[in-house]
Write a protein of this length. Structure first.
Length: 273
């Protein structure tokens, strides 16, 4: 595999730990990120944020700029969505992560959120990667829809080469011939990345499977395989969600999953506070 100067693991190098508003990602800590696919309203986020904090989730997610396949689908609330996230952060004390899809959204995003998410469709948007590389906020870089591990690491190298080393990789499944699941979740990518890089690796079994019933089992497998964290879509009423309801857990299901994840973290010697 071609060697990326900055993100490839060097012999003897220890795992990188990224600090986000009081929570540590990497180095034996498990971070759990949860929230709806899209921010839909203030009441939705405040209530869900409170429930997620109660069940021990460490960070909240919610899309304000949604990259949708159809231009007629809900595209997200934009800046208003970011403002709702900021108010939810204030109320709960939990840091927030949200996706940016375009360099023109970055100034606004930096005002309101703690971690910038680069989505699968933008993994090779090199202008966007370089731009988030020039800032000092942590970046969660999702794997491209059909990206090899090498292409993914080169994308991370773009961010690092521009100066920002605070990069979290997120496995979210790749395209395959299978259609029962939305994507094919690549569990082997997790230990493979551990060999190739010191960057923390988070798993997203929601987009990885596309089915709520499969999210828990795949989340457990990812943690057992060495993931430093999980990102899970949760919606108060999945059937009414404006996007990705089919793969969203209810808050009660998320609470049960947290308990299972605690058992697995303990079994593999990781810290899930
Ligand atoms: C998301 O996290 O809501 C999302 C759009 O994910 P992905 O980029 O992995 O499709
Ligand atoms: Mn989604």
């Amino acid at each position: 595999m071609a060697s990326c100067k900055l993100v490839a693991r060097r012999p003897g190098q220890t795992d990188m730990i990224i600090q986000v508003a009081g929570c540590s990602i990497g180095g034996g800590n498990v971070v759990v990120i949860a929230g709806p696919c899209a921010v839909e309203s203030e009441i939705q986020m405040l209530e869900l944020g409170r429930q997620m904090k109660e069940c021990g989730v460490h960070m909240l997610r919610g899309g304000a700029y949604k990259p949708r396949t159809s231009p007629y689908s809900f595209q997200g609330l934009g800046e208003e969505g970011l403002q709702i996230l900021a108010r939810t952060r204030q109320l709960t004390g939990l840091p927030v992560i949200s996706e940016v899809t375009d360099v023109r959204e970055l100034d606004k995003a930096y005002q309101y959120i703690d971690v910038i998410q680069i989505g699968s469709r933008n993994m090779q948007n090199f202008a966007l990667l370089s731009e988030v590389g020039r800032q000092d906020k942590p970046v969660l870089l999702k794997r491209g829809l059909a990206a090899t591990l090498e292409e993914w690491l080169w994308a991370a190298e773009y961010i690092a080469a521009a100066g920002n080393r605070q990069i979290i990789l997120c496995e979210r499944g790749i395209r395959s011939f299978e259609t029962y699941t939305r994507n094919t979740f690549d569990v082997s990518a997790i230990p493979a990345l551990k060999e190739l890089t010191c960057l923390p690796v988070v798993a997203d079994p929601s987009h990885g499977t596309g089915r709520a019933s499969l999210v828990g089992p795949v989340a457990r497998a990812a943690l057992a395989a060495g993931a430093d964290g999980l990102m899970i879509e949760v919606h108060p009423h999945p059937a009414q969600a404006l996007s990705d309801g089919f793969q969203s857990l209810t808050p009660q299901e998320m609470q049960r999953l947290m308990e299972e994840l605690r058992l697995i973290a303990a079994a593999v010697g990781k810290n899930l506070p």
